[in-house]
Design a protein around this ligand. Structure first.
Ligand SMILES: NC(=O)c1ccc[n+]([C@@H]2O[C@H](COP(=O)([O-])OP(=O)(O)OC[C@H]3O[C@@H](n4cnc5c(N)ncnc54)[C@H](OP(=O)(O)O)[C@@H]3O)[C@@H](O)[C@H]2O)c1
Length: 257
């Protein structure tokens, strides 16, 4: 992937992994636009990185994606990279009935619906500019961390979707990259205890390994333990799944009866 002279939109770029990539892309002189739901977080990052462009937008809302696409195409006609990064993770108990059936599928709306809808909304400009799509899934697309069952299902869905997308766009000039991070130290992973069996990578290390892969034109990027998980799900899936269940069992919320 070409990493300079690009105009890049990162969904969920006001914190964590998205912000770390936004900072690196800015450092390399690219034009970078980030989105997020909370205006306060966007204002804070804008104050720290004045060259960053910020737009408040929720990827779970189809009408907000449409207006985001309209605005970005008008204001940044050179847009040639979309990084579908916005995502949430919830640890959930599946043992009891859930009172809030709407909230139960919030990860699907954001992690899957957001990726599919944003890709569709921007595919015309990415094709016109022979751009790059980067979908951020997870190493948990390969093996479930069973305390977060719906999250892992969403990442498996994004992995499958991205493979199909890459085939369909083969002749279009649009490059399709999937970034499959291992556990990374951000707000999203704050429930995962440090020093336990799940090792947490820093965002700086993730960016470093990912940029090394960008420079080698890799399309499926599996930094750190993600590569090991990809291998283990082939050689010993039952063992691997149980190890992750043991490591995450205590994260399942206790249901109130
Ligand atoms: N951290 C990990 O261990 C890890 C591992 C593998 C993959 N990933 C993936 O990496 C991506 C980023 O995760 P992270 O760890 O950086 O999480 P994070 O630190 O919680 O940051 C999430 C970012 O996404 C934004 N966001 C959340 N929901 C959104 C929505 N509906 N619309 C627009 N923006 C939204 C957040 O801002 P607002 O809350 O203000 O909207 C924030 O900027 C996710 O797709 C995640 O699944 C993370």
């Amino acid at each position: 992937m070409k990493i300079t002279d690009r105009t890049i939109l990162i969904t969920g770029g006001s914190a964590g992994i998205g912000l770390a990539f936004a900072r690196k892309f800015l450092e390399l002189g690219n034009e970078v636009i980030v989105t997020g739901r909370r205006r306060s977080s966007l204002d804070e990052v804008k104050a720290s990185y004045p060259k960053l462009h910020t737009i408040q937008s929720d990827v779970a809302d189809p009408s907000q994606i449409s207006s985001l696409a309209q605005r970005v195409k008008a204001d940044y006609p050179k847009l040639d990279v979309l990084m579908n990064n916005a995502g949430i993770m919830r640890h959930r108990s599946l043992r009891g009935r859930t009172a809030d059936l709407d909230e139960l599928t919030s990860e699907l709306d954001i992690n899957v619906g957001g990726v599919i809808r944003a890709t569709s909304a921007f595919i015309d400009i990415l094709t016109a500019n022979r751009g790059t799509l980067i979908n951020v899934s997870s190493a948990l697309a390969f093996v479930p961390l069973s305390s977060a069952p719906i999250y892992c299902a969403t990442k498996a869905a994004v992995h499958s979707y991205t493979q199909s997308l890459r085939f369909q766009l083969e002749e279009s000039g649009v490059e399709v990259i999937e970034l499959m991070p291992p556990a990374v130290k951000t707000a999203l992973s704050s429930h995962i205890p440090e020093g336990g069996p799940v090792k947490l990578m820093t965002t700086d290390e993730l960016v470093k390994q990912t940029f090394a892969a960008f420079k080698k034109d890799k399309l499926e990027i599996r930094p750190g333990q993600a590569n090991l998980l990809a291998l283990m799900r082939r050689v010993a899936p039952g063992f691997m799944n149980r190890q992750l269940w043991k490591a995450s069992k205590s994260l399942v919320p206790i249901e109130v009866r």
